[in-house]
Design a protein around this ligand. Structure first.
Ligand code: DC
Length: 217
């Protein structure tokens, strides 16, 4: 199937689990663009770049070589050949990824990479600006949200029982920067379908999205 499904939404709304399951069920590839922003952020921290200095981040945004593996059952991300799947979920990266993602040169670089991957066809892509900026022509655009408390509880569980209140605070801080930034802020794209996952199980959300894809192809 040569369809592009764009899924945008807030941190912890269930985008990753939903997208991977939808892609696996439909035999599509899967791209986690958040992992790319995280990997670039990890590299900046590793090189000692001040992530709050936009000019410094911009200057080095072109240096690292990022490669995303798009198998929904085993997605991978490497920076200069090193697998950083675990490192990109650290508290340090969580705290630094929103300011790095707000730098225009970072976005230009990653959007180009994303368009190359998407262009090969048949993919479910998750992020913040996929339906609005990266691939507005997607056959299906979903805007996935959930109440902050539900999102924090899920993310804390994923992170091996982390503190729910602290997790919620960190999610809300990222939402605020992601929605308020000048370039490609998180927003519901034209033509997107809003799905609120607060009261739904993962399987139910997956059924809803798969159903919408099938209606469109
Ligand atoms: O989906 P995530 O929580 O892994 O994303 C991490 C950060 O990356 C998020 O705070 C904002 C940024 N991001 C972005 O700016 N644009 C995207 N398309 C995807 C993620």
């Amino acid at each position: 199937m040569n369809v592009v499904v764009a899924v945008d939404g807030t941190s912890g709304s269930g985008k990753s689990s939903t997208c991977r399951a939808v892609a696996a069920r439909l035999g599509l590839r899967y791209l986690d663009t958040g992992a790319q922003y995280r990997a670039l952020t990890w590299w900046m921290l590793d090189r000692g770049v001040d992530v709050h200095d936009a000019a410094a981040v911009a200057e080095r945004a072109g240096e690292p070589v990022l490669v995303s593996g798009t198998d929904p059952l085993a997605p991978t991300i490497t920076v200069d050949g090193r697998d950083v799947s675990v490192e990109i979920r650290s508290d340090e990266v969580n705290a630094a990824v929103s300011p790095v993602s707000a730098v225009p040169e970072v976005r230009t670089r990653l959007v180009e990479l994303q368009r190359e991957l998407i262009g090969a066809g048949g993919i479910v892509v998750e992020g913040r600006d996929i339906g609005s900026v990266v691939w507005p022509q997607a056959e299906l655009k979903v805007y996935l949200t959930a109440d902050p408390a539900a999102r924090a509880a899920r993310r804390a569980l994923e992170n091996g029982g982390a503190d729910v209140a602290a997790t919620q605070e960190s999610l809300l801080a990222r939402d605020k920067i992601d929605s308020g930034r000048a370039v490609a802020p998180l927003t519901m794209a034209d033509g997107a379908v809003h799905v609120d996952s607060t009261e739904l199980t993962l399987d139910e959300v997956v059924d809803v999205v798969v159903g919408m894809v099938m209606e469109r192809v």
